[in-house]
Design a protein around this ligand. Structure first.
Ligand SMILES: [Zn+2]
Length: 52
């Protein structure tokens, strides 16, 4: 089964590529924030902050 990645910022379901891999970065089409895949099973991700 497939899990969805939800934008931590705007809670919008993010577009998935065919296969997600650890280290992939997805960009939210709604707010533009980036989320890095930390783990696929279980699915874990974190928001990439532009500042720093
Ligand atoms: Zn978003």
């Amino acid at each position: 089964m497939k899990e969805k990645i939800v934008c931590p910022d705007c809670k919008q379901t993010m577009k998935e590529e065919k296969e997600m891999m650890v280290g992939d970065v997805l960009e939210c089409r709604n707010c533009g924030c980036e989320v890095e895949i930390l783990s696929v099973e279980p699915l874990k991700c974190r928001e990439l902050l532009e500042e720093k």
